[in-house]
Every structure is written in C-alpha cells, then in structure tokens.
Design a protein around this ligand. Structure first.
Ligand code: NAG
Ligand code: NAG
Length: 470
C-alpha cells in the first residue's frame, strides 16, 4: 500500500524534474539572445589596455533568461586583470548603473579557445525584452614592442592584436569598435572594411549580422612612448602599533617592459637633447600616498636616495621618486619606500567591539602594472581571530613574525594577487580582537628586566666572590 503510494508520487515527480531540467537548459541556451547593438571603445594610450563595451541585449526566445554570456579569446584571458559589468537603467540624465556579478562558466559545443563568463541579471529577461549592459575590462602586457629593440634616439612602437568584431556567443546585429592610440603616428592597421582613421582614432565598422563566435583578427602598429613601468614584485608590509602609529614598508622590483635598449647609453646626449633622447625611458615615478604621511624614506641596496620630493595637502601626499639612473627598456631597479601614518586615520573600532584596519590594497605608483602583489598586515601582539575583507578575490594566508620583546609573536595576514592595475587601489579591511592588557605586556617586561638587573647588582655587592680564603 505504502509502496504503491511512493511509486505513484515518484511517477509524478520524476517527469516534473525532467521538465524543470529541460527548462533550465533551454533558458541558458545562447541561441535565445541577440545583441542588437554593440559598441566597443579600446583605449591604447597607456601601457594598460582599458576597454569598455556597451551592449543592448534582446531576448528573442520564448523563455525568460536569467543570465547573459560574454566571451574572451584565450589570448586575452591570461592578461585580463579586471572585469566589471553594470546594468544601465533609465535614460540620459536619469541613468543609473547597477553592478552585476560575473562568474566564469563553461558550455559544450563552443570553440576551444573561447572562455565564457556568465552575468547574472537582476531580473530575468522575458521574451522580447531588452537590457543595456556596460562592460569594463582591463588587460595588461597586451602591447608588444615592435621593433623589440630600439636605440636611445628612437621612438617606441608597439603592436596590439584583437578582433575587429566582438567575440560573442550570440548573433550581433550591429556593431562598431573605436580604438584610441596616443597620437596620430599609426604605422599600420589591418583593413576590414569599413574602417576609418581620424587623427589618433581608428573606427572598425559598422558591421551587421555577425554570427556567434565570429572573429576577424586585426593588428594595429603605433607609437606609444608612455613609460612601460611594471613592478614585477611589490611587497607592502603594514605594521600596526597601538602606541599610535602605522609603519609601512614597500619593496619594489621595477622594470621597464617596453622595447629593449640597444647600444650604449650616452648620458651626455640624454641630458643635452632630452626631446630626442630616451623618449620612452623614465626618470621619475609618482607615488600617491595617504595624507599626513611622515618619516618618509626611499633607499636601495646602496643606501638612501636623496632625490625624492614630497608634496602634500590635507587630502593626499605625492612622492616623486627618481631612481639612480633613468630606466630604459629592459632595465630594472629595486628599491624600498617607507613611511609612517597616524594610527587614528586607519584603525577603527567596529560596532561589535573588534578593531579593524582600513587600508588601500593596490600599489601607490601611478599608472603601473604589478605582476605580483603581496600585502602583509602585521597585527599587534595578542590579537586574536583576525580575518581580511577584500573587495575582490585574493589569496589569503597567515604567518607569525617575531620582533624583539615579543613573547607569543605577531599574527601576520598575507594577501596575494597577480596582475594588479591602479583600479585595484581600493580599501580592504583586516578585523581582529584585541585585549588592551596586552599593551602593557612590553612595558611590564621592561620593568621586570630592570628590577632583576637591580636585584642582581645588589646581590653582587653583598656576596663575596673572591676565591682565595685568607
Ligand atoms: C636614511 O634616511 C633615514 C630617514 O631619513 C635616516 O633615518 C637614516 O639615518 C638614513 N641613513 C643613512 C645611511 O643616511
Ligand atoms: C575605508 O576607508 C574609505 C576611505 O578611505 C571609506 O570610504 C570606507 O567607508 C572605509 N571602510 C570602512 C569599512 O570603514
């Protein structure tokens, strides 16, 4: 009897499950959406490539869709540093932007060298409805110097490779791509008609009715003398002392990632004819530090470097640093910057009684790529239950460090991220619990040490240590 009931129930549920599964598959099938209009703007004026894409997506299927897929070629995936998507609501002045979550996803039956991301929509897109999306993505190491070697008096030219049409899992009805270069010295570009050049800008399109996963490779060859500053490794150590300050130490290994320098370097030419010489090299770097920074130093393995200037006001501090020699393509420099900051600007108490540090995550050098970033937050001795809250995914781990007078050691929160750009300069927090009694531990130990020392002195005066007995 009971068995029959279960069987009957199962008989009803199983087809239902299949129906639901079929619905889900149908809803995420790419064939149902079309891109009515796509407009790409690719900015190649600096060594960091920034692209924005606006898409008008329509659901041309019968079933509602809860996500939109976007595609990247595998050549760009490795260099993709950041990807943000917003939904645009309203028109003109009343426009508002709603950030959406984006996650990598997989689909069978797509070309092998295509990577997909799925954008979750705030409300599902019903049959016939449209939505406007804005994508921003950033690529690093995507401008290839060509020629790869230049002499001191030559300009630097680079290649940029992409597709003239948007790579998309959907049919794209109408599209155009604008590519902006630093100046009008565009040596060459692939022609895929219609294409136009106006000054420093290339316009590919308008193209209509491109099938899903279409691609038309293009190469643009142009002048770019912007400093190709890359920090191959950046390590920042933030040490919190509850006695009133935060000490920051930053280790840089900096490289010029542009066309390699060829031949000998002539300092005379470099200094006497600056506009024709080493035009792609760099002398100065600008670091944006927090306001109220103090005790700034700048040194390398040889010692202090005096050529740095600190300017600042209430809102920011700018440190201009000058390495010992100008940096040409392929040259490297390693150095350390250190500074102190007032504790009350960065350490706060949360509503549940925890303490937290609120600090910037990225590298302070302006318009610089960081290949590997490590941020270490050294908490005061006696802190417990620490954890970090970051605005994007980073690798996290914990270490212990010991300095003099430490008994149990300090907890260090270590955050690591590859392929970092200035847009990653956003605050992160490290929360921890702290018992103020620990603040007294070090002075107490000092007092005990002094006390023992005096006891020993007194004892020494009263004990006869002579060996010979008269
Ligand atoms: C380097 O500069 C720092 C900070 O200005 C100073 O404390 C230190 O004594 C200097 N070291 C040398 C070797 O000049
Ligand atoms: C961290 O600091 C930034 C400004 O630097 C501020 O906008 C943000 O609200 C702070 N975050 C927290 C959690 O206090």
């Amino acid at each position: 009897m009971v068995g029959a009931m279960v069987k009957e129930a199962a008989g009803r549920i199983v087809p239902l499950i299949f129906l639901l599964l079929a619905l889900r598959l149908a809803a995420s099938s790419p064939a149902d959406l079309v891109i009515l209009k796509a407009e790409r703007r690719i900015d190649l004026t600096s060594p960091i490539v920034r692209a924005s894409v606006s898409l008008k997506v329509q659901n041309s299927g019968a079933l509602p869709s809860s996500d939109v897929l976007i595609a990247f070629p595998s050549t760009q995936i490795k260099r993709l540093s950041l990807l943000n998507v917003v939904a645009v609501e309203g028109k003109r002045k009343k426009k508002s932007f709603k950030p959406l979550t984006v996650n990598p996803t997989k689909l069978s039956d797509i070309p092998e060298d295509v990577h997909l991301f799925s954008i979750s929509l705030p409300n599902s897109l019903n049959s016939g409805e449209t939505i406007s999306l804005e994508l921003l993505f950033i690529l690093t190491h995507s401008l290839e110097p060509f020629p790869v070697e230049i002499s001191q008096s030559e300009s630097q030219f680079v290649h940029y490779d992409d597709s003239a049409v948007l790579l998309s899992p959907y049919l794209v009805k109408e599209q155009v791509t604008h590519i902006k270069t630093p100046n009008n010295k565009i040596e060459s570009y692939t022609r895929i008609n219609p294409v136009n050049v106006v000054g420093s800008e290339l316009k590919y399109g308008t193209y209509s009715d491109r099938l899903p996963f279409s691609s038309d490779l293009i190469r643009v060859h142009f002048e770019n003398n912007h400093p190709f500053a890359v920090v191959e490794e950046f390590t920042r150590e933030v040490e919190i002392s509850h006695w009133g300050s935060i000490q920051v130490t930053e280790h840089y290994s900096l490289a010029h990632a542009g066309a390699r320098h060829m031949g000998v370097f002539s300092r005379l030419d470099y200094q006497s004819k600056p506009s024709f010489n080493g035009i792609s090299s760099f002398r100065h770097l600008l670091a944006r530090l927090p306001p109220r920074v103090h005790s700034v130093y700048y040194r390398d393995e040889i010692g202090n470097i005096s050529s740095s200037h600190l300017r600042g006001d209430r809102l920011k501090s700018e440190l201009e640093i000058e390495p010992r020699y100008p940096l040409f393509g392929g040259w490297k420099a390693t150095f350390i910057i250190g500074y102190g900051l007032p504790l009350q600007d960065f350490l706060f108490e949360s509503t549940d009684g925890k303490r937290y540090l609120n600090f910037s995550l990225g590298c302070p050098l302006v318009e610089t790529t960081v290949d590997k970033l490590t941020v270490k937050v050294v908490l005061p001795e006696g802190s417990t239950d620490p954890y970090a809250v970051t605005p994007f995914a980073v690798a996290q781990r914990q270490e212990k460090s010991y300095s003099y007078l430490d008994v149990v050691g300090r907890t260090v929160i270590v955050l690591e991220k590859h392929n970092v750009v200035p847009e990653h300069n956003v605050p992160f927090q490290v929360y921890y619990k702290f018992n103020s009694v620990f603040m007294l531990a070090e002075p107490f130990m000092l007092a005990v040490a002094f006390f023992l020392f005096f006891v020993a002195c007194i004892a020494y005066q009263h004990i006869d240590l002579s060996i010979s007995k008269s």
